[in-house]
Unconditional design. Structure first.
Length: 101
């Protein structure tokens, strides 16, 4: 199973990672691209071909872990994610970045 780290597209001036957004705002943004928690208050999100883990104690997460469950349907979803939400996606294994600008 391939894993990716989702973070904000741009870095702070000091190089640190800013929050991707407020948790409630992120859930609303993810809902526009068919991504939902398993249940209300859950830290695990499900989307076509992927599963995401939000940090449970962080109201403004700087990273989200994403795992690919089905390669065939995950990649179109990931491309839509990068176009819809201002994030970069780092392949944890290879170090390759998607959505960086």
């Amino acid at each position: 199973m391939r894993q990716f780290a989702i973070s904000a597209r741009h870095r702070n001036d000091d190089g640190s990672m800013p929050p991707i957004g407020r948790r409630d705002e992120l859930l609303s943004q993810f809902a526009t691209i068919n991504t939902y928690p398993e249940s209300v208050g859950s830290d695990q999100l499900f989307a076509p071909g992927v599963t995401m883990e939000l940090p449970s104690t962080d109201l403004e997460p700087t990273q989200i872990l994403m795992s690919i469950d089905d390669e065939d349907i995950a990649w179109p979803y990931i491309m839509r994610l990068v176009k819809t939400i201002p994030v970069r996606i780092l392949d944890v294994e290879s170090g390759r970045e998607l959505g960086a600008s």
